[in-house]
Write a protein that binds this ligand. Structure first.
Ligand SMILES: [Zn+2]
Ligand SMILES: [Zn+2]
Length: 184
């Protein structure tokens, strides 16, 4: 995998610097480390890129009142195979999110992330977000007709003479047949 630009570096951020007013915000810009560029059926020619900003969203009188937030964006280009016709598809992934940062989470949360001892591992969060947001399956186009399950013909390109059973319409077809039968 090519990994140009900034290499993956230490992505653990000391959030207390913001709580203590030493810095106003911390910016991170790094490549996400994914093993040899592949993840399941997805191939990344270049490592996905992460941009993150940790900033004070609202100032309190003391640390417990300050609201510090993380905004994060993960982007990347990948190729994979169409789930229906197995054609190679090039796709772009772009995930962004914002979280409040808290020292300790009492329960799982979608809105807050935990920074134990004031340390936040942005790389780990980015990785989690990345794997969470990779699509379950990708189609070359919404209306991809797929391959004939009998002879393997790409039905986007041509037709075959195999008997086609339409998926999902089985019950409806049966109902129509019965309706016709009853009318006669
Ligand atoms: Zn397809
Ligand atoms: Zn066929």
């Amino acid at each position: 995998m090519k990994s140009h630009g900034e290499q993956t570096k230490n992505t653990v951020v000391d959030v207390t610097k913001i709580y203590n007013g030493i810095v106003g915000e911390i910016n991170l810009d790094f490549n996400l480390d994914i093993e040899d560029g592949t993840t399941g059926d997805y191939v990344f020619e270049e490592a996905p890129h992460v941009k993150a900003k940790i900033f004070e969203k609202a100032r309190g009188r003391n640390e417990n009142e300050s609201y510090v937030a993380l905004s994060i964006e993960v982007t990347g280009d990948y190729t994979c195979l169409c789930a229906r016709c197995a054609k190679e598809v090039a796709n772009h992934l772009c995930v962004s999110a914002e979280y409040g940062i808290t020292r300790r989470l009492s329960e799982d949360s979608d809105e807050y992330v935990e920074a134990p001892d004031g340390l936040l591992d942005v790389g780990e969060l980015a990785r989690m977000l990345f794997y969470l947001e990779l699509p379950q399956r990708v189609l070359c186009k919404e209306e991809c007709k797929g391959l004939c399950p009998v002879c393997g013909t790409d039905l986007n390109l041509s037709t075959c003479s195999c008997k086609q059973v339409k998926k999902g319409n089985g019950l409806e077809d049966l109902k129509k047949l019965l309706d016709n039968y009853e009318e006669k």
